[in-house]
Structure formats: C-alpha cells, structure tokens
Design a protein around this ligand. Structure first.
Ligand code: 7RM
Length: 648
C-alpha cells in the first residue's frame, strides 16, 4: 500500500495556519515534545482571551491520576464565551458566526457575531432567571437549531455545566443522563425536524421526567409549533422568556479547570460514562486543532455536518470554530433530503470551502451515483474532512476524486470523545495522504503502540493505540466516578492513556486505525456498547441471554449482530424480533438497531462461564474457519450450531 497523494497546490499555497508545511509540522512537534508546558502556554495565550493568564502548564501525570485529575493552566481564569463571542463581536461584528440551513433548503438563517453575542447573553440571563447557577448542570436535548449552540454557550456564560443528549436517544436514556449528572434544568424544543419528519423531543422529555423531582424547569424552544404537553410551573417557552431579557450578561469568570460540559459516551459496560471536559484546556485544544488541521483562513465558509449531540458537534461546529471567529454551518437535515445532492447543493449555494462529514455518509452518497455530486459547482472546496470511523480506501478515493476533483486535501481525522479534539490527522496544507490512513499525530500528541504482552512497539507494526503524554484537550474524569475513569483508560498500560483502538503503523510512521479492540461498536459513526444492546435485549421476557457483536457492513461500517438464546417455552420468530427491536429503541434510542438476529441454543462459554466473544465475532465476520482455540469451551456443540445457523 504505497498509494500516496501529494498535497494539491491549491491547498498548500497561501497557508495561514499554525502548521503550513511538513517542515513546520516537524518543527512544531519538536517544540511540543521538548517543552510541553511552554508550548501549550504559548498556544493558549495566543489563541484565547484569558481574564487572568495562566503561568502553569500541566499539573499531575498519568502516574498520579488515581489521586485526582490532571490540570492544565491551573492558575488561569477565563470565561470561554469571551473567546468565542465578545472579542469577535467587537472586532468583526457583522461577520456571520452561524450559518444555519434548516430541514427545508429554503430555510436559511445568518447569525452574525454581534447577534450571537446578544442572543447568548439573553439566553444566559434567562437561565439565571430560571434559577440555574454556576456549577449546576443543564441537559440540552435538541435538534440542530441555532438555539442548541446558543443554549450551550449560555450555560458556559454563567459557569453552568451542559450535557447535550443526542436527539435520537430514548426517554429511558435521557432519564439516565438527567439522573447521573443531577440536572436542574432541561432545555429542549417542541419537535425536531429531519428529512421532513418531526422528532417528538418535548414528548420524550416529558416521559423521561415523569416522577423526576430534581429537574425544576424545562425550557422549550418552539420549532415546529405543533401541540405539545405542558406542565405548568415547570415548563417555559424559550420565546416567552429569552427575547425579554437584557442583551448584556457579564461573563462569569471561572478557573481554567472548571467543567465546561459532560458528554455521555458508550464503553464496554452497559452504563454510559459522563466524560468531563474543562474550560481552559478544552477550548485551547479545540481552537488549535481546528485552525491547524483545516488551515482555517479568514474568509473560509466552514461546514461540519455532524450533530451537536456528539463530540464532533461540540468541538468542530460550536467551540473550535467560534473560538476561531469563523463562519460555521449548522445543518438541521439529513444528507438525502430532499435528495442525495443536498450536501453539494449547500456547497454551491454557500460557497463552502471546508466540508467535514463521516465515512458512513460518504459511502451512502457514493452508492447513489456521481450525478448527484457533479451537477453542483464544488470549486469553492479546499479541504474535505472525515471522522467517526475508519474510512475504506474506495470511499476515500470517491471523496477525493469525485467530490473534490483532486483539488482538495482529505483530512481523515482520528479522535474520540475523550481526546476532546483531533489527535491523529493530516494537516491540510502539509501532509501527503494515503487512502484509509489517519496519517500523523498532532503536535503534543505522542502515540505509542503496545503489543499483546504489553510491550512498547518500535517501528512498523500493529498493536493497541495508547498516547503517552497528557495534552490540554483530554477528558479529565468521568462525572461522579473518577475510579472508573482511571480503570477504563489508565490501568491497562501504566503511564499511558489507552484509547480502546487498534492501530497499524507503517514504515513512514503513518497510522492506520483498525477499529475498536474493546466491546464498543461503531455503527454509522455512532459509538455504542455491545453491553447496552445486550441489556436491552434481555429485558424482553422471552430472551434468556444475548450476545452482541459488530460485523462489517458496506454502508454503516459496522452492523449489529445479535445472538439470542430464548427462555424455555418460547419459539423464535418475527413477533419476538419485533419485541427485541422495540426494546432497543425504547431503552437506547432510534439509532440503536440490530441488523441481524440469530437464535442459538446457547452462547459459547468457557468452563468458568465467560462468554467467548471472539467466537461470536468471527462467525459474524463470516470467518467460522478462524475460530482459533476452542478447547476451553464448556459445550462445543453450541459452536457447531452457531456456525451452522450463521446469518452471514
Ligand atoms: C470523534 C468521534 C471514537 C471512536 C474511536 C475510533 C473511531 C473516530 C476515526 C475513527 C478510524 C477515524 N468520537 N474513530 N475517528 N476510526 N478513523 N478517523 O468519533 O467518541 O464518538 O468515537 O471512533 O474507534 O475510538 S467518538
């Protein structure tokens, strides 16, 4: 695999970002290695507006992390909305901050930095009026309306901590998160709108909050105007309270390490973790990586079509772009509404220069035919980004040659909710690319591959991806459970952060992410725990046991394969499958759908009763011949039945 694409001239010429060439990349990385404290202090003072500038870089280390979180810039004080709003409202008040495209392409809103600053201030005053205080939590359960970003920033303005819950999550999932973070308030909307279909956000919120006494207020943005249920004394219309507030809200200055947000993410247990990011370090890293990777230029029209419910939306729709004073697009709809040309229609209409999406969307659109792309003018594009899962070389080449006509660099950005921002990625004007490779680490990121014996690997090879040294954007803890944070990320390989991913490094030092090595599956870029599926499935009365694994899926990246053991007296069939689908939808959300069910007489277990997931995976991957050592199985006949009845 030596296919290498040089950086197109149009991308390298006129670069303005912190890293303009490969030589720059080497030099900046070297500085970040030689003096991490000095390097990041320099970056943050240059990029952010501090109320009190920090003099300290990193406090703590991975060796002391069990005693408490690391800290960056600990003696600095700031309010991150000053960096995102006030300074741009002063220096470029009429520049469009948020360019919003509604579900219907004719619905476009342009919110300038001056307007955004005012609207966030009003919303922040409204939150105060509703009783929300510094350090308290607000759940944001919304679709892709500008008010979702405004709500995030309004929380930050008053030092409150937000937790955005993706609008596809069910009432149960929402309730779990409300409880786990102890939210005082939920901010939602009457309904979302996607692909012409209403999403019942308020109705789900009502269901989630039934019997919950902790949530005092529900702030509801009216989007569709359809009828919704109402709890007097608790529910307040956004339109009734926000516009009436003063457009002046002094920013609450907080310590650098004050939490900015909690974002729940799936891991190998059934209970999602509330990953905590803090103000100073997170915004420094989001801003730096956004400017560096995309080589952000003053007149760029930047579009990341993710959802604010995921980390990509936090770092690369809201916080990074606004910190950098750029025009950021918010897209309410789906890539195929009204047809598969929607993205490229937007590129033409808005003159988008940087476009950032997920491999699953690229594959789905490639399958619809090139004419949906080629009928629009894409000459404004300079950088094309992808994130969320490994991109297969064919989809990469389609993105590069059909969408970008070879004129753009592709940035395959590897990162995680926990890393806060892009960690391994090409730098648009600097890095020659190879289809399918996330290429090289960002300044300040020091990846290490570990072999099966827990030894550090040198040179080319494949192993488990760890990162050796802290960086400002990384998660600090799991909300309410620091021991779990330590156990999940820092105990596998002492002295290192363990990512949960496998990775190959080639002779050029390029990184090729091979996927998760833990029990996390990645369906269309949505990260879900197999244990979450299993617990939903066994909630169905007929189901005795469930074993869930991922398998390769041509569009979604991974599909969900569920092995089901029924209770005695039940027979497999459509009725039970329908019940199981309903359980996943109710307990997790609409995006959690099992693709294949296989009814089996039992799960393959060791004599000590541990499910041998490797066997379930191999069969689902269509490689029953590669089962490996099955000598520790309690009942080998189970495996024969599984292989014989395989669905792939
Ligand atoms: C940003 C985000 C994280 C997991 C991560 C990987 C996978 C993300 C890439 C990728 C290969 C990429 N956060 N992943 N980006 N795999 N190449 N460019 O997705 O927390 O939701 O997921 O996603 O497995 O561990 S996330």
């Amino acid at each position: 695999m030596s296919e290498t694409h040089p950086v197109p001239a149009r991308v390298s010429e006129g670069a303005v970002g912190p890293v303009k060439s490969l030589a720059d990349w080497r030099e900046v990385r070297q500085r970040s290695a030689d003096d991490p404290d000095g390097f990041w202090l320099g970056v943050t003072k240059e990029r952010l507006a501090w109320a009190t500038e920090p003099t300290r870089g990193l406090d703590g280390s991975y060796h002391t992390i069990m005693d408490g979180p690391i800290a960056w810039f600990a003696d600095g004080r700031l309010n991150i909305t000053v960096s995102c709003l006030d300074r741009h409202a002063a220096s470029q008040p009429d520049k469009v901050a948020i360019l919003w495209e509604g579900d219907d392409p004719s619905e476009v809103k342009r919110i300038t930095y001056r307007e955004l600053h005012e609207e966030v201030s009003r919303a922040a005053n409204a939150l105060k009026a509703l009783g929300l205080q510094k350090g308290e939590r607000a759940i944001i359960y919304m679709g892709m309306v500008p008010e979702a970003a405004i709500a995030m920033l309004a929380c930050a303005r008053i030092g409150a901590i937000h937790s955005v819950v993706f609008g596809g999550f069910s009432a149960e999932a929402l309730r779990d998160r409300v409880r786990d973070c102890g939210a005082e308030i939920v901010i939602t909307q009457d309904e979302g709108l996607r692909g012409g279909k209403p999403i019942p956000l308020k109705a789900v919120t009502d269901q989630a909050l039934e019997g919950e006494r902790g949530v005092k207020k529900v702030l509801v943005y009216r989007r569709t105007g359809n009828f919704v249920g109402w709890t007097e004394g608790r529910d307040v219309w956004w339109q009734d309270i926000v516009p009436a507030q003063s457009a002046d809200c002094p920013a609450t200055i907080v310590d650098a390490e004050h939490p900015l947000f909690i974002l729940y993410t799936s891991g190998s247990t059934g209970k999602p973790k509330g990953v905590v990011h803090t103000c100073g370090g997170y915004l420094t890293y989001a801003s730096f990586t956004h400017a560096t990777v995309f080589d952000l230029r003053p007149d760029d029209v930047y579009a990341c079509v993710a959802d604010v419910g995921w980390i990509t939306g936090h770092s690369y729709i809201v916080y990074g772009p606004l910190a950098n004073g750029c025009t950021t697009l918010m897209f309410e709809s789906i890539p195929t509404h009204p047809d598969a040309g929607r993205y490229w229609d937007m590129v033409e209409r808005h003159g988008i220069t940087i476009f950032y999406t997920a491999p699953t969307a690229i594959r789905a659109l490639a399958a619809k035919g090139d004419e949906h792309v080629t009928r629009y003018d894409r000459s404004s594009l300079r950088v094309l980004g992808t994130v969320g899962e490994p991109i297969n070389p064919d989809a990469w080449r389609w993105y590069h040659s059909v969408v970008g006509e070879g004129r753009c660099n592709i940035v395959d950005t590897w990162w995680q909710t926990e890393t806060g921002g892009i960690a391994i990625s090409p730098v648009a004007p600097a890095t020659p690319t190879k289809p399918g490779s996330a290429t090289l680490p960002m300044p300040g990121i020091f990846p290490v591959l570990m072999d099966a014996e827990g030894r550090r690997m040198q040179g080319p090879g494949e192993g488990r991806l760890c990162i050796e040294f802290p960086w400002p954007g990384q998660a600090r803890t799991v909300w309410g459970d620091h021991p779990r944070f330590v156990a999940t990320y820092f105990e596998h390989y002492p002295g290192m952060y363990f990512t949960g991913d496998g990775c190959r490094r080639d002779a050029d030092g390029y990184h090729w992410i091979t996927g998760r090595v833990d029990d996390v599956i990645n369906v269309s870029g949505h990260r879900m725990g197999t244990a979450e599926f299993e617990s939903a499935l066994v909630s169905v009365e007929a189901v005795a046991e469930a074993g869930v694994v991922g398998y390769p899926h041509p569009i979604k990246g991974q599909g969900v394969y569920a092995y089901i053991v029924l209770q005695d007296g039940y027979t497999a069939g459509d009725a039970i499958e329908a019940e199981m689908h309903a359980a996943c939808r109710t307990l997790i959300g609409a995006h959690a759908k099992v693709d294949l069910f296989q009814f089996v007489p039992g799960l393959p277990k060791t004599r000590s009763g541990k499910v041998m997931r490797r066997i379930l995976r191999k069969v689902a991957e269509g490689q029953p011949e590669a089962l490996g050592d099955t000598s520790t199985l309690a009942d080998p006949s189970v495996v024969e039945a599984i292989v014989a009845g395989a669905k792939v």
